[in-house]
Design a protein around this ligand. Structure first.
Ligand code: RB5
Length: 148
């Protein structure tokens, strides 16, 4: 698959390790930056990856900032994005299986690199279950449609 990745200045080191890991898993990685530790604004990178996912330039997105929160909230402002913050793999599995999340987010200041890898692997290996979950995802996306 093609995976878009984005981050702010708080997560450059973790982003680099995760990019390498995602490549090792056999995926193509598209890096949307930032690549320096100079202070920057996470909404820019959340939006870039969010747009890439919605436009189908990539299959899924990975976002990392200090907590994973600001960058995922920003991505979620792009219509069609379902970005979920996770700090362990059980949630990473369930946000794919039940919520059909298309972006996973986490914080370099919150999780260690091995936990981050486990979150990413689980997210990328899990399929959406559909069925009753499809109805709920459709209802969720309808809310977005009503608030354009
Ligand atoms: C940057 O200092 C920090 O606020 C950011 O990385 C993130 O944690 C915001 O949600």
């Amino acid at each position: 698959m093609k995976i878009g990745i984005g981050n702010d200045h708080a997560a450059v080191a973790m982003k680099n390790e995760i990019m390498e890991y995602v490549s090792e898993l056999g995926h193509e990685v598209v890096n949307f930056g930032t690549d320096t530790t100079d202070s920057c604004d996470y909404p820019e990178y959340g939006e870039k990856v969010g747009r890439a996912v919605v436009n189908k330039d990539v299959d899924f997105g990975i976002l990392i900032c200090g907590t994973g929160v600001g960058i995922s909230l920003s991505a979620n402002k792009v219509h069609g994005v379902r970005a979920a913050v996770c700090s362990e793999p059980v949630t990473a599995r369930l946000v794919r299986a039940h919520n059909n999340a298309n972006i996973i987010a986490f914080g370099e200041r919150i999780v260690g690199i091995e936990m981050a890898k486990s979150i990413v692997k689980t997210f990328l290996e899990t399929e959406f279950e559909g069925g009753r979950h499809q109805r709920r995802v459709d209802l969720m996306m309808e809310i977005e449609g009503k608030n354009r």
